[in-house]
Design a protein around this ligand. Structure first.
Ligand code: ATP
Ligand code: MG
Ligand code: MG
Ligand code: MG
Length: 563
């Protein structure tokens, strides 16, 4: 591969809405380009990285005994009605009509489609256990697509589904998948943790998430230093024993009028605003949600959405908001709403806003929707301690908090889908048995962004080698000027490739500074410079992406270093 014939397009500028470093760097490196909200084109460069991640995932799934297939992304309404999810899935399900007015959805996940395949293909216990997987696009109409491919609407997921005669066999495969996931994230060179995603509701270890640890992660994780207890804080709190404080009880009265920014709202409510909180919302009985976006929160950036399906999500004008709130111009309060306002503990709304604020004639209240994440840290720790003091009594350790990006999720589903869809196999005694089912997802495209969150510096991306677009860049100083330099670079490239290294030749003829800046920005782990001066000295200039100095190495030592 030579960069002069590749499409590499790096840029200096990034749009203001690119908040996360991974989003900015993916845009600057030219890995992705936005087509529309939550929809991204993977450029040739970005696709090389995506494919490398995909390859590792595929290898480990194959090694774990899963079998690859591919399901349609467009799926009929009737199938989704069998499980009740046509309605229940909510606003994330993109519904489509064909020319005959028949309804379909774009698959956000594929339990229905795989169970349909299974009920046609599998009829005997002898065909079980089996684990089918695919690596395919998913679409979720996320309320707040953001952070580039981290939370996109169309994204690439590896989804696997296993079928078993007994619960014990499902539990065995669940462990097998956890081990496979551990190998995937270890091989990719990521710092990660497996955490409990649901402690209690479905029982034991029935669902675990894999999180790449990063300050910018949307999820708060708690783990103990005394045992292997680790949980997603939100789910740990949801499963807390004893009466949960009702939303109303956690309300705190705020007498002061609401201001335009969420920092102000938080200050009014006397709560520290964590860095990750990006918005607050005011929810009215008539179904309006106002989202005040943090940052450049000019009033025209205030978003207005309809609660029903949030379909008409769009920017609102100040006039519209004031009209809606019945307030005086100039600021958004004190609010004397036309309608009484209630707190809506709707998951989708909660996902949209980090604080959900309810208001009535007396002022504003903080509701308990995402309260777990937004309490000051000591409270979270105390709360988690309560949860742990359920079944995980006294491990003698301390609870620590970290932030994570969910990159994988494993579930023991049980018989929910097989039962609803009438899928049975004949067991050993010749009786019809409903198979137990597991499902296992990996956010392949999200991993790319998560890896950058964890691995970057001022100059750009610092790829873990297994996911780098190329592992070695051979940079030619002044190509097409000196035939000996060109020939030496070509020969080195061929030699590196013969040694099994994924090497690329930078023969674009850029000035050295610009060329090196690009190679650093796109995160190539090893850089080798071929120049007239080096050739005269019998050396190549070598520099590892994360090293501070370059070294002059002869051919043999260079190859040794790179192998
Ligand atoms: P999240 O909590 O981040 O919304 P999820 O729990 O809804 O994710 P799952 O249904 O568990 O997601 O899907 C499996 C995996 O797909 C997730 O672990 C995540 O890595 C990835 N994923 C989910 N939603 C998105 C998205 N909008 N963009 C990119 N990847 C996603
Ligand atoms: Mg989700
Ligand atoms: Mg999740
Ligand atoms: Mg999940």
């Amino acid at each position: 591969m030579r960069l002069s014939r590749f499409h590499l397009h790096t840029t200096k500028e990034t749009p203001a809405d690119a908040e996360l470093v991974s989003h900015r760097l993916m845009l600057r490196a030219g890995m992705i380009r936005k087509l529309a909200a939550g929809l991204y084109t993977w450029s040739p460069l970005g696709l090389r990285v995506l494919r490398k991640v995909e390859a590792v995932v595929r290898e480990e799934m194959d090694r774990a005994g899963a079998i690859e297939l591919q399901l349609p992304t467009i799926q009929p309404k009737e199938l989704w009605e069998e499980t009740g999810r046509w309605e229940k899935f909510g606003g994330q399900l993109l519904k489509i009509k064909d020319r005959k007015e028949q309804e379909f959805c774009y698959s956000p996940t594929a339990e229905e489609a795989i169970t349909d395949f299974a009920r046609q293909e599998l009829s005997s216990y002898k065909q079980l256990p089996v684990n089918f997987y695919q690596v395919h696009s998913k679409f979720r109409d996320e309320i707040r697509p953001r952070f580039g491919v981290m939370r996109a609407r169309e994204f690439l997921m590896k989804d696997a589904y296993s079928f078993h005669v007994t619960d014990a066999d499902l539990a065995r495969e669940y462990e097998n998948m956890k081990a496979a996931y551990t190998r995937v994230f270890t091989r990719l060179g990521l710092q990660f943790r497996a955490v409990q995603a649901d402690s209690g509701a479905i029982g034991g270890d029935a669902s675990q998430e894999f999180h790449v640890l990063a300050e910018s992660g949307e999820d708060a994780l708690a783990f103990s230093t005394g045992s292997d207890y680790a949980a997603n804080v939100e789910t740990a709190q949801a499963a807390a024993p004893g009466p949960r404080p009702a939303a109303a009880e956690t309300l705190r009265k705020v007498d002061t009028p609401i201001q335009k920014t969420c920092e102000d709202v938080a200050a009014l409510m006397g709560i520290p605003l964590p860095r990750t909180v990006k918005s607050v919302a005011v929810v009215g009985d008539d179904g309006f949600v106002l989202v005040l976006v943090r940052g450049d929160h000019a009033v025209n950036e205030i978003k207005l959405a309809k609660l029903e399906g949030l379909a008409d999500y769009r920017l609102a004008t100040e006039a519209e908001i004031l009209e809606h709130l019945g307030s005086e111009p100039g600021f958004l309060g004190p609010v004397a709403p036309k309608e009484p306002v209630r707190v809506v503990a709707d998951r989708e709304v909660a996902a949209m806003a980090d604080f959900v604020v309810g208001a009535n004639e007396t002022g504003f209240h903080l509701a308990g929707v995402n309260w777990g994440l937004d309490l000051p840290e000591p409270d979270v720790v105390a709360d988690i301690r309560n949860v742990v003091a359920g079944d995980r009594a006294d491990d003698g350790g301390e609870l620590r908090l970290a932030r994570g990006i969910e990159v994988g999720h494993v579930f023991q589903l049980g018989r929910k889908y097989s039962e609803a869809m009438g899928f049975t196999v004949l067991d050993e005694t010749g009786k019809a048995a409903v198979p137990a089912m597991g499902c296992y997802g990996i956010g392949v495209s999200r991993i790319v962004a998560a890896a950058i969150e964890q691995n970057h510096d001022e100059a750009g991306i610092v790829w873990p080698a297994p996911m780098a677009p190329w592992t070695v860049a051979v940079c030619v100083i002044n190509p097409k000027k000196d035939a000996a330099v060109d020939a030496a670079a070509e020969a080195l490239l061929a030699e590196l490739q013969a040694a099994g290294l994924d090497a690329v030749l930078d023969d674009r003829g850029l000035r050295p500074g610009a060329m090196f800046a690009d190679i650093e920005l796109i995160g190539i782990p090893h850089r080798v410079v071929v120049s007239e001066r080096g050739l005269a000295a019998g050396t190549f200039e070598y520099r590892a992406r994360n090293a501070s100095e370059a070294e002059a190495l002869d051919r043999a030592r260079l190859l040794e270093r790179l192998r």
